[in-house]
Write a new protein. Structure first.
Length: 164
């Protein structure tokens, strides 16, 4: 009887020892400061610049809209404002990155809200500059071009927008 109990208990103890050993190895190599992980981003997680993103948007729209000769001047006005806005956003992002690098003390909640308010104001200002040339260009589009533009701006791409 004692032999059977020992035979049944040995595999259970062996499994527990192996699990404890593997857990110790895992925890010894794990980075337990989860809040600090945001600073250790891989190069693949780098932010794409606003200029690069805007150029991709311009290329996408230009490729899908088949802009006519009589629309080119309005198109050029629109893309000039888009590019200017993108440069402004990259400058703002660079300024924020410099501030973060120089300031080792994290922002408190109020400062963080003020920062987001500044960014929102910059976006609003850019939208106010963008709407008049976009509206003029949109009015020059054919019905088919308007439909394509509506789809692109509604979803960000063709097809249904996928939510995460």
């Amino acid at each position: 009887m004692k032999q059977k109990t020992y035979q049944a208990a040995f595999p259970v103890i062996l499994v527990l020892v192996v699990v404890a050993f593997l857990s110790a190895i895992f925890l010894a190599n794990a980075n337990l400061s989860f809040a600090a992980q945001g600073k250790n981003k891989s190069p693949a997680m780098d932010r794409i610049s606003a200029v690069e993103h805007t150029e991709a948007q311009i290329k996408q729209l230009q490729g899908t809209l088949n802009i006519k000769d009589d629309q080119k001047e309005l198109w050029n006005n629109l893309t000039a404002v888009m590019r200017e806005n993108a440069k402004d956003m990259d400058a703002l992002a660079a300024e924020r990155a410099k501030d973060r690098a120089e300031n080792t003390i994290p922002l408190n909640a109020v400062e963080h809200m003020k920062l987001h308010s500044e960014i929102t104001q910059a976006h609003l200002s850019q939208m106010e500059k963008l709407i008049p040339p976009f509206e003029a260009f949109y009015e020059s589009l054919s019905d088919q071009q308007k439909n394509i533009t509506d789809i692109v701006f509604r979803t960000g791409k063709y097809g249904k927008h996928k939510r995460k």
